[in-house]
Structure formats: structure tokens, C-alpha cells
Design a protein around this ligand. Structure first.
Ligand code: PLP
Length: 463
């Protein structure tokens, strides 16, 4: 008998109260935040789906590990515990802790990227792109075309376009210091990458003698998708699948705020001795000594335990199924989303759902405000507010207007998800009454964090 109810594979020992608010209180809070959910106080949010980064709940084993933290400056026991877990999973010889993922990217870019060099990736995450561009390199995205099409179903929509990769390796010979692959592909909706695709990219890199680096932030979720969807992997454990992924690469960058199940941390790992030496030398200047890399000993312990817990099958089944469940409910109600569901988030397609709003009125942003005032849910626009402002100050609408509901790990329960569903189904009945927004004040870069807005006509959702 296969029961269908999704149960959280844990019981709750410590609780953090969340506060119910009235629509009037939320309307006042969002007005005070200049209609920008990034400017809200978290205490005014009921269900916070802004990001899955660093927002997870730690287990009793992680907290126990924190008590074991060895805070020695050099050679702490916690470092060796951390190193052995990372080596067991990745197989890489050198393990370099960093305070989070972007610090690993920064150090790697400093060591590998110079003026005009090209780094292909299925899709660069924004911090990866920024670190490569800060070195005057070119961050080149080569995703498969299905990755850009919200409604097109594909089991591995995060894949890299291997023909495009082969072409660029040929055409830009000598100008490519490394190739990266992001698993899961965060910027394309948390979509997975198949083992066949990783193997293909790896083979091309080896043929050209170019290092192949995995952006491994969601390696465990990616392993679960491979187990579920790729022929030949159904009987393998997520750990075995992850080990196979890493064997195909020469190194990785990692944010432990994702599949490290920790609130802070990251690492860089690789096989190349000379590169590791260069990276450790840079680490000492900006992060710290190589056996702590900007982290406390207790953080290293929490990550060491968390990396293994992220590979637990019951956990992965619950996590991925939760997102899929929400996605199924949306599809049944005719609410457009990016399909199939990704690993860490559900993406609402605001351009089709709020088709009454022109892109100049930022339909994704408008939807994020409606979600908050209606249900106290905080989500993140990934559309023209985030990407529309060009470096020369002009506006160019983004190709997609998405709203991301990202799921913190082990934090919310099935009833929280049912509540989110209920709010979304209600919004579907009033969707044409959601007003657009205009920007009243904005900074020149990364405007979504601090820009000020006002709803067109003065209300977010018409009564
Ligand atoms: C979060 C993330 C990063 C950066 O990690 P931080 O810990 O936030 O610095 C890099 N790549 C991907 C795919 C990510 O999701």
C-alpha cells in the first residue's frame, strides 16, 4: 500500500512562533515598506518564501555538532571532520572552507579568470556572473532552449546545450579558463541537470584540456531528480549519484546555505595542487586561515552533518514532493507556472497569469504584493524589476515575469503549504483586480532590493 499524504520526516522539538496579521495591518506594513517586500520586517510576514538560502532548520545532530565545535585558529578538529565529509561526497583532494558560496566563486574567479576570458555555464547564478565580470571575464550562458520555455515539459530542463558548448570550446580555444555547470540550474527555475549531460560536458572539457567545475549548491536535490528520472539510476543512493557527478568534474563551488543545510557557509574544492595553493593564498587575505575560511568551528560541524542529511532519501522525497504537490494544485486550477516543478521553488508565470497588466507595470512585482497583502506570504519577483534596468539607465522588459516561492528546508509543514495553495486559489478568483505598480525611486544597480514603488490607482487588489 502506497500512502499519498506527504509527511515531514521529522518531529518538531523547538518552535518559532509566526504572527497572524490582518489584511489592514499588512496593507500598512507594505505601504511603510514602499511596496517592496525586501523592505518588510520579517516579523510582519506569515509564511516567508523569499529564499531557500540559509533559511533552513537544523537537526538535533547539527546542534549537537555545534557543541563539539573546535574553535582553534589552526588545525581545528572541526575542520578535519568537515574535510572528510566533503571528500567522501565529492572525492576532491583539496577542500577550502569559505563564508558562503560567493566567496568560493570570488576566490576561484581571482585564480582563473582574466580580461576577456570566457566562462561557459548552463546558466550562471547572479553572484557567479558578477564574480566573473568583476575580473573582466565573460559569463556565457549555454542552456538548452527548453530552459526558457515555462510551459515546455522536459525531465532535465536545467541541462547545458552541449552543441553550443562544443562550438564555443572550438571557437574560443585558449580563451576558456574553465567551464561550469550549475546543479540544479537555479536561474532556470531550479531545474535539474542529467548525469548524461554532466558526462557530455565533462568529456568535451577533457578533450579540450579545460577544467570542469560544478556549482554544487543543490547537488543533493539534483541527485534525487537523477534517481527519479534518469534510466539506470533508480537503484542508486543519492550519495552514490552525487559521487558520480563529482567524479566527472575537476572541482566545485558550494553554498552550504542550500544543500549544506546550514545557515551560513560554503566551500571550494578541487584536485589541482597548484590551483589549490593559489586559492588558499587568496583565502588567507580575504576569508581567513585555510582550516576555518571565515567560519566558526561550530559552523564547520553543522555543515559536515548537514551535507549528509541533505542526501537522506526520506528528506529528499518530502522536499521535492512538496514543491511538486503545490505545482500540481496550480496546474489543476489553471494557474500558470514553470513546469515541471523545480527542486527548491515554485515559479508562478505572472506574465500569463496577470495578462491584463503591461510589462511596464511589472506584473511579477504586483503579484508579489498581492500575495503579501492577501495572505501574508512573501515571495520574490524574478522579472523586469530584477533584470529590466540596463547599465545605460534604459529599461528593457525581461523575457519572463516570474514570482518565485522558494522553500526553506525543513521549516514549513504540509498545512502551511495547503494554506499557500488556498491563498493562490483565492487570488485566481480576483486576479484581474490586481493593479500594476510604478517605480518612484530606484538605485542604479540591483534595484529590486531597495527601489520604492506605488500601486497604479493607489490599491494593490481592488475591493
Ligand atoms: C546561492 C547560490 C550561490 C551563491 O551562494 P551564497 O551562499 O548565496 O553566496 C551560487 N550559485 C547558486 C546556484 C546559488 O543558488
Amino acid at each position: 500500500m502506497q500512502f499519498k499524504t506527504i509527511i515531514e520526516p521529522f518531529r518538531i522539538k523547538t518552535v518559532e512562533p509566526i504572527r497572524q496579521t490582518t489584511p489592514a495591518q499588512r496593507a500598512a506594513a507594505i505601504r511603510g515598506a514602499h511596496y517592496n517586500v525586501f523592505q518588510l520586517r520579517a516579523g510582519d510576514v506569515l509564511i516567508d518564501l523569499l529564499t531557500d538560502s540559509g533559511t533552513g532548520a537544523m537537526s538535533i545532530y547539527q546542534w549537537a555538532g555545534m557543541m563539539r565545535g573546535d574553535e582553534s585558529y589552526a588545525g581545528a578538529r572541526s575542520f578535519y571532520t568537515f574535510q572528510s565529509v566533503v571528500q567522501e561526497i565529492t572525492g576532491f583532494k583539496h577542500v577550502i572552507p569559505t563564508h558562503q558560496g560567493r566567496a568560493a566563486e570570488h576566490i576561484l574567479s581571482q585564480a582563473m579568470v582574466t580580461d576577456g576570458k570566457v566562462v561557459p555555464n548552463n546558466t550562471h547564478f547572479d553572484t557567479t556572473r558578477a564574480n566573473i565580470e568583476a575580473r573582466h571575464g565573460v559569463a556565457l550562458d549555454v542552456p538548452i532552449h527548453e530552459g526558457h520555455e515555462p510551459a515546455t515539459l522536459h525531465p532535465f530542463k536545467g541541462n547545458m546545450d552541449l552543441e553550443a558548448l562544443a562550438r564555443v570550446l572550438e571557437e574560443r580555444r585558449g580563451q576558456i579558463p574553465m567551464v561550469m555547470i550549475t546543479v540544479t540550474n537555479n536561474s532556470e527555475g531550479g531545474q535539474p541537470v542529467s548525469m548524461a549531460n554532466i558526462r557530455g560536458a565533462s568529456a568535451l572539457c577533457r578533450q579540450h584540456g579545460v577544467p570542469f567545475i560544478i556549482d554544487a549548491c543543490r547537488f543533493a536535490e539534483n541527485a534525487w531528480f537523477i534517481k527519479q528520472r534518469e534510466p539506470g539510476y533508480g537503484d542508486k543512493t543519492p550519495l552514490e549519484i552525487a559521487q558520480e557527478m563529482f567524479r566527472l568534474a575537476d572541482g566545485c563551488t558550494m553554498s552550504a546555505k542550500k544543500d549544506g543545510m546550514a545557515n551560513i557557509g560554503g566551500f571550494l574544492a578541487m584536485n589541482d595542487d597548484a590551483l589549490a595553493l593559489k586559492c588558499r593564498n587568496a583565502l588567507v587575505v580575504t576569508e581567513g586561515f585555510p582550516t576555518y575560511g571565515g567560519l566558526a568551528g561550530y559552523d564547520l560541524e553543522a555543515i559536515a552533518v548537514g551535507l549528509k542529511e541533505a542526501l537522506d532519501e526520506d528528506y529528499l522525497r518530502y522536499r521535492i514532493r512538496t514543491v511538486e504537490y503545490l505545482s500540481e494544485r496550480m496546474t489543476a486550477a489553471g494557474i500558470p507556472t514553470v513546469r515541471p516543478a523545480g527542486g527548491h521553488a515554485l515559479y508562478l508565470d505572472a506574465k500569463s497569469w496577470l495578462s491584463h497588466l503591461p510589462q511596464e507595470q511589472y506584473p511579477g512585482w504586483a503579484l508579489s504584493l498581492a500575495l503579501y497583502v492577501t495572505g501574508g506570504i512573501r515571495a520574490c519577483e524574478i522579472g523586469s524589476v530584477m533584470f529590466g534596468l540596463q547599465p545605460d539607465g534604459t529599461e528593457k522588459p525581461a523575457s519572463l515575469e516570474l514570482v518565485r516561492l522558494a522553500f526553506p528546508r525543513r521549516v514549513y509543514t504540509q498545512s502551511h503549504m495547503d494554506y499557500v495553495c488556498e491563498v493562490l486559489l483565492y487570488l485566481n478568483t480576483v486576479v484581474k483586480k490586481i493593479h500594476g505598480v510604478r517605480i518612484t525611486e530606484q538605485p542604479p544597480v540591483l534595484r529590486h532590493f531597495t527601489a520604492k514603488f506605488e500601486p497604479v490607482g493607489g490599491v494593490i487588489v481592488e475591493a
